[in-house]
Design a protein around this ligand. Structure first.
Ligand code: SAH
Length: 349
């Protein structure tokens, strides 16, 4: 016990542990006492940078077409049961309009890797949003593209990019993705994005099939190398129409443990309490915030397409209007002593 408390102090003071120490700390994830100790520090650190402010990002899932076939994902190309949809530019702008009215100052455009949206189309959408809402940040989450494409979106007005690396271990990556997708390319994308000037987010699913605690240590090591502005982590949740339908979902405790460790390792990072976390526990997102998260990403997609963007089973908030989600979250967040703020919520140096 004394030894672990020493590790926590070291991590809080220096933001670093060596790999062996990190593994030892992680392996205590089921110990509530240790998590509580970490949580106290995680909240102090988050509040020293971001106070008790929680930033909201309006998520617009504009297409569920995907050319990829990731084994974990419900909208993978081989899932013939998905009813596919694409939002038009006008649909997307309607989402932004409603979002702006509800106080959102960041819009996140997310989709499968859908080549229907050419760079010209995407740049037109991005620059229109940018012109109409010059005070808002535009985040993209469109998967792997060429550096030239990333550059064009940036010039059109995009500011941030989310691209979870999914796992920093090559062997593990190959167990989650079909042949032809590679970790090295995904990492290259992240470094390209950073070089262009985006605020960049990486991340993983906690408890994805074949994951080991050792791999999570490698993930943290990779994150230290990348030094991202945002880190998106949530539990893996199986989808019944994927090859991983029989796998177990990720553990709540391990997800919280990782959030705690990430807050201590990256004091300034923007850390969402994800929808997947809210899916595996009714108070998952509140628990995430109490573990150092400072961002939530409610859905702004039109209600009639929400159920179709089902990356995993039982995804929450697929029936509510954006306004309901916004107010429900406000209540939840103030219930634990934090407040949702209407601000861009940029990374604070
Ligand atoms: N096409 C984009 C967006 C992917 S969806 C891209 O490639 O980045 C966003 C994230 O959802 C993924 O990065 C993955 O980490 C997560 N996700 C996908 N399937 C999931 C599942 N079954 N359980 C939990 N999270 C999942």
């Amino acid at each position: 016990m004394e030894y672990i408390v020493g590790l926590i102090d070291k991590l809080a003071k220096t933001t670093q542990l060596d790999n062996q120490e990190m593994l030892e700390l992680l392996s205590y994830y089921d110990n509530k006492e240790i998590r509580d100790l970490l949580a106290k520090k995680a909240r102090q650190i988050a509040q020293s940078v971001y106070e008790t402010d929680i930033y909201i990002r309006g998520l617009i899932e504009f297409s569920n077409y995907c050319r990829n076939d990731c084994y974990y994902c419900g909208i993978r190309k081989s899932n013939r049961q998905v009813s596919r949809y694409r939002l038009s530019k006008e649909d997307i702008l309607d989402c932004c309009q409603e979002g702006y009215f509800l106080g959102f100052r960041t819009f996140v455009l997310q989709s499968g890797e859908d080549l229907y949206y050419t760079d010209d189309i995407l740049c037109d959408i991005i620059s229109t949003i940018h012109q109409k809402y010059p005070t808002c940040a535009i985040t993209l989450s469109l998967g792997e593209k060429s550096k030239e494409s990333y550059q064009r979106y940036y010039q059109a007005g995009a500011n941030r990019y989310l691209l979870r690396h999914e796992t920093a271990n090559d062997e593990h990556y190959a167990k989650l993705h079909p042949h032809g997708m590679s970790l090295s390319h995904r990492k290259q994308c992240l470094f390209d994005l950073k070089e262009i000037g985006y605020q960049v987010g990486c991340g993983i699913m906690v408890g994805s099939p074949y994951q080991k605690l050792e791999y999570i240590v490698e993930d943290i090591q990779f994150m230290k190398e990348l030094n991202p502005h945002m880190i998106g982590i949530g539990p893996f949740v199986p989808h019944h129409q994927t090859p991983f339908y029989k796998e177990n979902q990720g553990s709540l405790e391990l997800t919280l443990m990782l959030l705690l460790i990430l807050r201590l390792s990256f004091p300034h990072v923007l850390l969402p309490a994800t929808t997947a976390l809210g899916t595996i526990h009714p108070r998952g997102r509140e628990m995430g915030i109490l573990s150092g998260a400072n961002v939530v990403m409610p859905n702004l997609s039109p209600v009639n397409v929400r159920k179709k963007y089902e990356l995993y089973d039982h995804k929450i908030c697929t029936g509510e209007e954006a306004a309901e989600c916004r107010f429900c979250l406000s209540r939840r967040v103030s219930g634990i002593g934090y407040q949702i703020v209407s601000a861009r919520g940029d990374y604070k140096e």
